[in-house]
Design a protein around this ligand. Structure first.
Ligand code: M6R
Length: 608
């Protein structure tokens, strides 16, 4: 969701910035722009649509000479996608250029005041107020002006700023929207995310909230919101550069689906020591785990769906009551905080605005927060009391696959460890679960090798308009994710239902030929779901069943059956999600859609 790339150094800035923005395309955007300082003037070009439009407009940056510049990909919030609303935004005198990720919540009030003072606005964005405010407070000292603006705006921001009378300088600041600073022999960089600069450097500084930075050819200087100089340590990013490239696959999503066995191995095996699970990294005391009376899992989208599975597994194994909330609901529902409870925030990006706000809400009530996060150093990771990192590596496709799978694995490990400590499973049962956990990556590899079967089936459903997913228990949790995967990349309307709930209303939508995907992997619930399959079949549905080999009798009822291998019932979701991810992928591919960058969506939703 919005991207920032900036460069100052000895090379031409525009091609570096355009390349950086292209590596952030996966985050989702609808327009792009760039401003480059040629030493005398700040030149700006903006274009609605894909980055290639801007690239062509600037002849791959060749038309914008200069060694210092900032660029942006915009995902519209205030004002429709258009050339005018695209960033950068400049003041009326064209002496200050700003790019911004985030939302200025009090912009309407600020805009009114500025208009009363005679400012003329050209865009509908919240960002433009920043350019005018900087002008208002500027007296030759950029840091002092930025500081004043920061004290007056409410909301979230990562900013890149250039001032005409400070050639060869870039200024940047952040609050609640990620921003990093990179450095190499040729120059210095700002970026909203690591992939934008990974080709140039691994040497980065993570900006903290309410910090300002000034980059020039000679130095990088950091300041706090009061303008005081502060010292920061650079860190080395150890990402594999190829992890952020397609590596021969047609799409990032397909690559990431195939990376799941490795991602799960990387997440679970370092934590399995001497036939036990070692979660000492979390710093949770055993006594604390024994005392736990409630767990609240809070997340958005697929991470929420992982949390729904987490509830079944934690309650089933560790016998702790668990509630699962959508972060956007939790933060406003005045939840009840109790002693001896644990809040678990789940997030791939670690930057999702609603999840971060929920975390802060919990912390404000003295809640202990454990987060399950994929991006090291992200805001959610930094603000949590403990972090269970999922080692999925960079996830580029908007539709999450490998991060979701690792989140499931994280819940399995937490549930098993909590169960062991609380003595709600025997040692034998723990060993059986651990063996099953170790086997999951291999079993997923087996499922991936059968992808043609799913492609064949998917190709028959390219023109369908509605699809229902149904299941019970963990199969229901799984159906939620299967349905979301399909709708976000295929644009086919689909709904996931707890199978028993279907007849309380939705079954009226089932008619001749309606596709119903029925997930029935839970032994104890199998016959119940079979009854629901009969109900929809009777109303004309075409049923694709998903079950395990021991339930081959499903073929007597469903029209098409896919099998997944046996594992512990609690872990079934890790296997049954694979065909559903592939189904969504092949339907999207067959419909000729942009699999990795579905319309209107952003990889990381950093605004409310
Ligand atoms: O980065 P997060 O895990 O916090 O993101 C949460 C959701 O925005 C995310 O899972 C979204 O639903 C994905 N596009 C699903 O594929």
């Amino acid at each position: 969701m919005c991207g920032i790339a900036g460069y100052i150094g000895t090379k031409s800035a525009a091609p570096i910035i355009l390349d950086g923005l292209s590596r952030l395309e996966y985050r989702g955007y609808d327009s792009a722009g760039i401003a480059v300082f040629d030493g005398e003037k700040i030149h700006m070009k903006k274009a609605m649509g894909r980055l290639r439009v801007l690239d062509e407009l600037t002849r791959h940056g060749a038309d914008m000479p200069g060694f210092c510049g900032i660029g942006h990909t915009r995902w519209a919030t205030h004002g429709c996608p258009s050339d005018t609303n695209a960033h950068p935004h400049m003041n009326e005198e064209n002496t200050i250029a700003v790019v911004h990720n985030g939302i200025i919540e009090n912009y309407a009030r600020l805009k009114k005041r500025l208009e009363q003072k005679g400012c003329h606005f050209v865009s509908e964005t919240d960002t433009e107020v920043l350019a005018h405010m900087l002008t208002e407070y500027y007296n030759g000292d950029p840091v002092a002006a930025i500081e004043k603006v920061m004290h007056r705006v409410e909301g979230s921001y990562a900013l890149g700023i250039m001032f005409l009378d400070h050639p060869h300088h870039i200024y940047a600041a952040r609050k609640d929207s990620p921003l990093i600073v990179g450095t190499n022999d040729s120059g210095k960089f700002i970026a909203s995310d690591v992939p934008a600069i990974l080709h140039h450097t691994r040497n980065v500084y993570y900006m903290e909230n309410e910090e300002i930075v000034c980059l020039s050819n000679e130095h990088i200087r950091f300041f706090n919101i009061d303008g005081e100089a502060i010292a920061k340590e650079a860190v080395t990013i150890d990402w594999d550069i190829h992890a952020a490239e397609k590596g021969g696959y047609e799409h990032f999503m397909l690559k990431e689906i195939h990376e799941q066995p490795k991602a799960i191995r990387d997440t679970i095996f370092p934590r399995i020591k001497k036939d036990d699970i070692d979660l000492s990294e979390l710093g949770l005391e055993e006594a604390e785990i024994r005392r736990l009376k409630k767990i609240s899992i809070i997340a958005c989208g697929s991470a929420f769906h992982a949390g729904v599975t987490g509830k079944y597994v934690l309650e089933g194994l560790a016998r702790i009551p668990v509630e699962v909330d959508l972060a956007s609901e939790y933060r406003y529902r005045d939840p009840i905080y109790e002693r001896d409870s644990l809040v678990i925030i789940v997030s791939q990006s670690g930057e999702t605005a609603d999840s971060l706000a929920a975390l802060r809400e919990a912390k404000a009530h003295n809640g202990k927060v454990l987060s399950i996060v994929n991006v090291v150093g992200s805001s959610i990771a930094r603000e949590s009391d403990a972090v269970f990192y999922t080692w999925a590596g960079p996830e580029i496709a908007v539709a999450t696959t490998k991060a979701y799978s690792c989140q499931l694995a994280a819940f399995y490990m937490l549930a098993m460890k909590f169960a062991q400590i609380r003595r709600t499973v025997t040692a034998e049962r723990f060993d059986a679960l651990l063996n099953a956990l170790r086997l999951l990556p291999e079993q997923i590899e087996g499922l991936l090798s059968q992808k043609e079967k799913i492609q064949f089936f998917a190709n028959h459903y390219l023109a369908t308009e509605h699809i229902f997913f149904m299941g019970r228990g963990i199969d229901y949790a799984l159906s939620l994710e299967g349905s979301l995967k399909l709708k976000e990349i295929s644009y086919i309307h689909s709904e996931a239902y707890a199978a028993g709930e279907l007849k309380h209303g939705t079954i009226s939508l089932v008619e001749d030929g309606t596709l119903v995907v029925a997930v029935a992997t839970q032994d104890a619930l199998y016959s119940k779901t079979m009854s629901n399959i009969v109900e929809v079949k009777t109303r004309g549905a075409f049923v694709m069943g998903l079950t395990t080999l021991r339930h081959q009798d499903m073929e007597n009822c469903a029209d098409y059956v896919l099998y997944v291998p046996e594992t512990e019932n609690y872990f079934m979701g890790s296997l049954s999600i694979i065909p559903l991810q592939l189904f969504a992928y092949y339907v999207s591919l067959g419909r000729g859609l942009d699999v990795d960058k579905p319309r209107n969506l952003a990889k990381s939703v950093t605004v409310e």
